[in-house]
Design a protein. Structure first.
Length: 103
């Protein structure tokens, strides 16, 4: 797992043709606003979260965020344990995000 600042994260996502944006907040948080193209898989679902990430393509590069960066760091660590080579955590989460947000 690699922690990225917002600038690093935005640049890497823009330059990465293999990027997938993953929002690990609750569905309620996600509905309030999310980074465009993000897929929502709630880390609080425990085994359900692990089951969902197991279905993901491990050859992709995952850019993961939550509200503040703590849950997404945990999600990246879990993904690494599940065999994902490329999971990048957005430091500061969506709270510090000043890019586009969809609702």
């Amino acid at each position: 797992m690699k922690n990225l600042t917002q600038d690093q994260w935005s640049k890497e996502v823009a330059d990465d043709k293999n990027a997938v944006i993953l929002d690990v907040r609750t569905e309620e948080e996600f509905i309030e606003g999310y980074i465009p193209t993000a897929t929502n898989i709630d880390i609080y679902k425990g085994q359900g979260f692990l089951d969902e990430i197991e279905k993901l393509d491990k050859s992709k590069n995952y850019y993961v965020y939550c509200r503040s960066g703590a849950r997404s760091a945990q999600a990246c660590a879990l993904m690494k344990q599940q065999g994902f080579d490329s999971a990048y955590n957005l430091m500061g989460g969506i709270t510090d995000w000043d890019g586009e947000i969809e609702k």
